[in-house]
Design a protein around this ligand. Structure first.
Ligand code: PMP
Length: 426
């Protein structure tokens, strides 16, 4: 066993060598050193124990060190942790693909495994572009999306993120110029949104390959909820103009909004769908892009005769085995009741924030609770205030939010709400 390194020495090395997400080098303030995590709790190296309000960026739905997921990982390690997917295949990936098709909205029958959410979005867009190339319509090469979205940090994904809140200003000239409709409203029946969006379709449909949106919940673009009827309206407009609909369920998939996939709330099946994050219960990085037979057939019979993508770690058996076990757990644990319980606890616990001065809005959907402030949050201050309440939160912009593991008890959820309200008040 190597000698344990002191927290100070670790942090000095971290500051010297390790780049953190959306951070300068070195990160300021310094990150906290995690020693271990189990259940819904993260343990820091100094002994502090925190209830996890973030599920590690919305992925660890069953919490940490879950015995069923640990056992699945260990069993798979005894066979192989990885093998290439070109020319070879294996049971964990085959079973997982079958499970995903069973759970997904009707018509999605083909599964392409990717190694992260952003890559699965690249794959989805590439599928749409190759689909139109195969049809001899390579001029159909732009995407339509709505403002306020987030689809990842790779280049095509960035091009469909919100043009103001995203990173467009840093990469002007490098990002494909996409077509942006207005953000879909929270309330149903907005005829003017429908009309203006329909006009955009009219104007651009000859150059559009597909529409891509996060259904019902816009996550990292601003934690906004919109009425499912607008997803159905986008489906209708896509059908009218012969466009493909891509739904990015990376954040919303696997029960987070109260249905297995948010698309179900709109009664809609997309042509292409991305899943990631909670797919492996937050254990390993894995994502998948599902598509219909029609999309797969068009690409396979097109000029290239193949879909041109194939990551080194595609369909990683270890991740696939854990993902299969995570889906078993989800279904065995009556996730509908669990998510409803979380929704009720978050609604009750966050109600106290409504009357606070700097609070612009409080909203809850499924196991997602959001306090929107009237001004940007001081991330460091909010984090420390929540830690003072024994809770881990990671706010951004003007948003203090929680997307906790589904295994949180009512007491855990109450503590998370108390921390969020205290942080908002601070
Ligand atoms: N799409 C959505 C809706 C997401 O929320 C995210 C991650 N926050 C991504 C894509 C990108 O996924 P990843 O970080 O795994 O690349």
């Amino acid at each position: 066993m190597p000698e344990p390194v002191s927290p100070e020495a670790l942090l000095a090395l971290d500051a010297r060598h390790v780049w953190h997400p959306y951070a300068a080098m070195p990160a300021a303030p310094a990150p906290y050193v995690v020693d271990s995590a189990s259940g819904a709790r993260i343990r820091l190296q100094d002994g502090t124990e925190l209830i996890d309000g973030m599920a590690s960026w919305w992925a660890a739905i069953h919490g940490y060190r879950h015995p069923v997921l640990d056992a699945a990982a260990q069993a798979q390690l005894g066979r192989m942790s990885h093998v290439m997917f070109g020319g070879l295949t294996h049971e964990p990936a085959i079973s997982l693909a079958g499970r995903l098709v069973e759970l997904a909205p009707a018509g999605l029958a083909r599964v392409f495994f990717a190694d992260s959410g952003s890559v699965s979005v690249e794959v989805a867009i590439k599928m749409a572009l190759q689909y139109w190339q195969a049809a001899g319509r390579s001029g159909r090469n732009r995407l339509l999306t709505v403002r306020g979205g987030y689809h990842g940090d790779t280049f095509m994904a960035m091009s469909v993120c919100d043009p103001v809140g995203g990173m467009h200003h840093l990469f002007t000239g490098n990002l494909t110029e996409q077509v942006f409709a207005e953000m879909p409203p929270a309330q149903p029946g907005d005829e003017s949104w429908r009309r203006r969006t329909a006009e955009l379709f009219e104007r651009h449909s000859d150059e559009l390959a597909a529409v891509i949106v996060e259904p019902v919940v816009q996550g990292a673009g601003g934690m906004r909820f919109y009425d499912p009827s607008y997803v159905a309206e986008l489906r209708r407009l896509c059908d009218e103009h012969g466009l493909l609909l891509i739904l990015d369920e990376i954040a919303t998939g696997f029960g987070r909004t109260g249905t297995m996939f948010a698309a179900e709330q709109a009664g809609v099946s997309p042509d292409i769908m991305c899943v990631g994050k909670a797919l492996t219960g937050g254990y390993l990085s894995m994502a998948a892009t599902l598509c219909t037979d029609a999309v797969a057939e068009a690409i396979s019979n097109g000029p290239g005769g193949a879909f041109m993508h194939g990551p080194t770690f595609m369909a990683n058996p270890l991740a696939a085995a854990i993902a299969g076990a995570s889906l078993d757990l989800l279904q065995a644990n009556d996730w509908q009741t669990t998510v409803k319980r979380a929704e009720a606890a978050l609604s009750e616990g966050l109600a106290a924030a409504r009357d606070l001065d700097p609070v612009a809005d409080v909203r809850v959907l499924g196991a997602i609770g959001v306090i929107e402030l009237t001004h940007p949050v001081d991330i460091d201050r909010v984090t420390r205030r929540a830690m003072g309440e024994g809770v881990w939160l990671r706010p951004f912009r003007n948003l203090i939010y929680a997307m906790p593991p589904y295994i949180c008890t009512d007491e855990d959820l109450a503590a998370i709400c108390r921390a969020m309200v205290a942080a908002a008040a601070a």
